[in-house]
Design a protein around this ligand. Structure first.
Ligand SMILES: Nc1ncnc2c1ncn2[C@@H]1O[C@H](COP(=O)(O)OP(=O)(O)OP(=O)(O)O)[C@@H](O)[C@H]1O
Length: 281
C-alpha cells in the first residue's frame, strides 16, 4: 500500500449547530502537491486546522503521517525582527531546523536578510513565512491560502518552487484555494470539498482522463454510460460532463461530440452541477 500523508475516517467538526465537516473520509498520498479546493465555507480551513492539531474534531479521526506545519493567511512574523532574526527564531522554536533550506528559499526570491519584517511588502512577508515553514522540515506543509497576497506571476513562481521542493524531498504540500482559475499546474492531486463533504479526490491526470464533456442534440441522458456530473440544456442542445471508465476517445453516435476537460472545467462541474454558462464559482 502506498504511503499516506493525511488520512481521515468519518471526520466531523461541528461549530454549535453547523457541521463544517461531516462524515468525511479520505486518504491523501504522500510526496505530492495536493490542491484543496472548495467554495467559501466548504470546510478547507477547518480541515487544515484539525490536521495541524489546533482544532479538535467533533467526531471521527484524522491521522497525519509525520510532522505538520500550517501556514495561514495571518503570517506569524514580528514586525521589528529582521528576516535573519525570524530564521533564528524558527531555529529556536523547532526541534528540527534546516537553515540552508530556509536561506535558499529567501535567496530565490531576493529577500534582504537584514530588513525588518515590518518593512517588507506583503508578498515578501509571505516568502519569509514560507522560508520559516520550510526550515522546520515538515513532512506535511499545510498552506491555507497564504499566497493570496501574491500577484499571479509570483504565485505561479512560488507554486513552481514548491513542486520542486516536493520533488527533492519526501514532503507533502496541501495548498488550499478557491481561485479555481489558477489551478492549472498547481497540484498533482486534487481534493474537492463541497459543504463539509468530500466531492472528488484523485490524481489530477487520472481524473482528467476519466471525465469528458459530451455535446449533442437535446436529450435526457448522455449517449454513453457514466456518472453525470453536470447537465446543461438549451432548447436544442444538451451538454453533459460525465465520469466514465470508457475513456475520452470512445466513439460516439453521430452527431455527439466529446471534448476533454481542463482542471478548471472539472472543478466547476462538480461544484456547480447546474451552472449557467459564464457564471462564477
Ligand atoms: N470558529 C467558528 N465558529 C463558527 N463557525 C465557524 C467557525 N469557523 C468556521 N465556521 C463555519 O464553518 C464553515 C466552514 O468554514 P471554513 O473556514 O472551514 O471554510 P473554508 O472552506 O476555509 O472557507 P474560505 O474559502 O471562505 O476560507 C463555514 O460555514 C464557517 O462559517
Amino acid at each position: 500500500m502506498s504511503e499516506f500523508a493525511i488520512q481521515t475516517e468519518s471526520l466531523g467538526k461541528r461549530y454549535r449547530k453547523l457541521w463544517a465537516l461531516k462524515d468525511f473520509s479520505v486518504s491523501l498520498p504522500a510526496n505530492k502537491v495536493i490542491a484543496l479546493v472548495g467554495a467559501n465555507g466548504a470546510g478547507k480551513s477547518t480541515l487544515m486546522s484539525i490536521a495541524a492539531g489546533i482544532l479538535p474534531a467533533s467526531e471521527g479521526e484524522l491521522r497525519v503521517n509525520g510532522r505538520v506545519v500550517l501556514l495561514s493567511q495571518e503570517k506569524p512574523l514580528y514586525r521589528s525582527f529582521t528576516v535573519a532574526d525570524m530564521l533564528a527564531f524558527g531555529r529556536h522554536l523547532n526541534r528540527v531546523w534546516d537553515q540552508e533550506r530556509a536561506l535558499n528559499w529567501l535567496g530565490r526570491f531576493d529577500i534582504p536578510l537584514n530588513r525588518p519584517c515590518g518593512k517588507l511588502s506583503g508578498g515578501q512577508q509571505t516568502q519569509v513565512a514560507m522560508a520559516v515553514a520550510l526550515g522546520a522540515r515538515p513532512s506535511v506543509l499545510l498552506l491555507d491560502e497564504p499566497l493570496a497576497n501574491l500577484d499571479p506571476l509570483a504565485r505561479r513562481e512560488v507554486t513552481g518552487e514548491l513542486l520542486a521542493e516536493v520533488a527533492d524531498s519526501d514532503m507533502t504540500v496541501v495548498l488550499s484555494t478557491h481561485v479555481v482559475a489558477e489551478l492549472a499546474g498547481v497540484g498533482d492531486y486534487l481534493l474537492l470539498l463541497g459543504q463539509g463533504r468530500g466531492k472528488l479526490d484523485g490524481d489530477v491526470e487520472e481524473l482528467l482522463a476519466q471525465h469528458a464533456r459530451l455535446t449533442g442534440p437535446r436529450a435526457d441522458a448522455p449517449p454513453v454510460e457514466g456518472e453525470i456530473v453536470q447537465a446543461q440544456h438549451t432548447e436544442r442542445q444538451s451538454t453533459f460532463v460525465i465520469r466514465t471508465l470508457l475513456g475520452a476517445d470512445t466513439p460516439l453516435a453521430e452527431p455527439w461530440k466529446a471534448q476533454p476537460l481542463t482542471l478548471e472545467d472539472l472543478v466547476l462541474a462538480y461544484l456547480k452541477p447546474h451552472r449557467s454558462p459564464g457564471e462564477e464559482l
